[in-house]
Design a protein around this ligand. Sequence first.
Ligand code: SF4
Length: 350
Amino acid sequence: MQIEKKDIRALSKDQLRDFFVANNDKAFRGNQVYEWLWSKGAHSFEDMTNVAKTTRSMLEDNFVINHIKVDTMQRSSDGTVKNAVRLHDGLVVESVLIPTETRTTACVSSQVGCSLDCNFCATARLKRMRNLEAGEIYDQVIAIDKESRLYHNHPLSNIVFMGMGEPLMNYNNVIKAIDMITSPEGLGMSPKRIMVSTSGIPKMIKKMADDDVKFKLAVSLHSAIDEVRARIMPFSKNFPLADLREALEYWYRKTKNKISYEYVVWKGINDDKASIDALVKFCKYVPCKVNLIEYNPIDDGEFQQASEESILAYIKALENIGVVCKVRRSRGKDIDAACGQLANKEGSVD
Ligand code: SF4
């Protein structure tokens, strides 16, 4: 029976050093290989040119390097780039490069499909197939960084975990990937330029606060009324807003970092005065800002973008209580790269 080889990038630097010592080699060899794997982005052991041939074949006998491959790359008329990324087992996820005048942002996936069931989201229809490994998340960022340099002549400036999947349901790998992205041995990016967006799992928000993470937090709120939120995001029945509020207060006490609420206004769902009043009240609990996101319908069903008047009513009410509120116009609509649209239409998930 053939034993499945382990992905070498699942090993920490210390574990790699231990591996070499256990194989009668020097511990520093672990540092050398680690550097090849992360900062130099080696795709094969053959690439590690300053490592002895015998060591390379020993690594080959024991491990694999599960790199991603960008299968298709689509460019939108507004400069947005969408990558369909094939994983080592043939599954596909998507990641997006979103350029603005001042920055380029990578929107990356954390799961194949999603564990949750938001009714407005194309990814939810795929169901969760598996979590991404830390290396697979890291590789998406590297691929987009290259595209940012190629098309915009500067490195990637920001990262948001708003692609496919709920990042807090793949917490350990997301944290591991962020550690590498921010480490000088990886991209050396400031954690302040990274935002993890969650649909709001109270227990995990508290855990992040306890873990003293330095990145920013966004919560997909979409309604501050339990019944309405459950219609939009059925899983939220298990996480009432009172629990979410308590977790967010805990987060702020510990981190002193403001929270961003992601909020879409849909016609006939949350475009009424009661919804606006509820959001205004919720925003008073913890220092925050609100991003009102333009919606891209995924079908002709119940989720349709609300009128400009409803959005203006939200803005006015939030401004009245001094909450910063931005309207985020969607990018990459023509290539299905906009928020809520990632669903592997091009690459098959087979
Ligand atoms: S919106 Fe996010 S959390 Fe909700 S189903 Fe889609 S990918 Fe999952």
